[in-house]
Design a protein around this ligand. Structure first.
Ligand SMILES: [Zn+2]
Length: 306
């Protein structure tokens, strides 16, 4: 991945000029004659002061680009980005996709100018949920993170942090889907060995939340609720397990959205708004998560159909 934010040239120049000037001053200082002890002492004093000033100026010059490391000013707001994705999905659902930004000119443009995606989308790896296609977006439009069960653990959160902090992406969507095999396995599959088991173990935390919310539902009947709880869990993880992302959310620079994609209709049921992390029900799972967090239902806006 290519970093979009570099230390500003002005700060680099300042540091380089400051270093050059002080080094040259320092060389002049050490050329001063040393005929007497007093002169020698004076020379030592000048040297110490010069080195101290050099350190101070270099430190200050290094601090300048650090101040510049904040979030890039997004060219689009979260609302605008969401509206664009919703209309792209609408086109896709109606069979009127335009397949934008998918030609050689767009490739050349994004190589020359870098990437400026309008949204981060964490979606399931399921091949029936192709994120660019279902939002009718093209090259450089969305920052896609795909993983079975659309979970948000260290690697996914780290990827989202990169996009939000360094690319200034104002919107992060967690998108589950109907009939998700990973969630179904967590609901009905029992003990699953190997790495798949490790992945499913985290999703079981969301299943436990769904079961608490819908005590009357069992097995496959619980899957739709578990899919929604699993999206909410990833949304909550994004802020509860990332200081950077939660800061951006609190500052209004990042909006976290969630939804469930319908494999049959192509439509998305949106949850609406950020979900603040709340303590969830305890399970016997030995997940690596420091604090399992899943948004409680009362903190979620009623799902709307768009
Ligand atoms: Zn899935």
């Amino acid at each position: 991945m290519k970093k979009a934010r570099k230390p500003s040239p002005a700060a680099g120049d300042l540091r380089s000029r400051a270093e050059k000037r002080l080094r040259s001053g320092y060389r002049r200082t050490v050329r001063i004659g040393t005929r007497t002890a007093a002169q020698e002492e004076g020379k030592q004093m000048i040297r110490r002061v010069s080195v101290a000033i050099l350190a101070l100026v270099v430190f200050a010059a290094q601090a300048l680009p650090a101040a510049d490391h904040g979030v890039a000013a997004p060219a689009i707001t979260a609302d605008e980005a969401l509206a664009r994705l919703k209309s792209g999905n609408e086109r896709y659902v109606q069979g009127k996709a335009t397949h934008p930004n998918a030609d050689a000119a767009r490739r050349a443009e994004t190589v020359k100018d870098g990437q400026h995606p309008i949204a981060i989308v964490i979606g399931c790896a399921d091949s029936r949920q192709p994120l660019e296609i279902l939002f009718d977006q093209g090259v450089g439009d969305i920052f896609v993170i795909r993983v079975a069960g659309n979970v948000a653990n260290t690697d996914e959160i780290g990827s989202a942090e990169y996009a939000a902090e360094h690319l200034g992406v104002p919107l992060c969507i967690v998108l589950g889907h109907t009939q998700c095999g990973a969630v179904t396995a967590a609901v009905t599959g029992g003990e699953i060995p190997g790495n798949v088991g490790a992945l499913i173990k985290g999703i079981k935390l969301a299943v436990a939340v769904a079961q608490k919310e819908h005590p009357q539902l069992r097995d496959k009947d619980l899957v739709p609720a578990a899919i929604e709880a699993n999206v909410r869990r990833s949304m909550a993880n994004l802020s509860s397990r990332s200081e950077a992302l939660s800061k951006l959310v609190l500052e209004g620079k990042l909006r976290i959205e969630g939804g469930v994609y319908d494999l049959e209709t192509g439509q998305i049921k949106w949850f609406g708004g950020n979900i603040l992390p709340e303590p969830s029900v305890k399970t016997k799972s030995t997940t690596e998560e420091p604090k399992p967090a899943a948004g409680d239902k009362e903190h979620v806006s009623p799902p709307e159909q768009h």
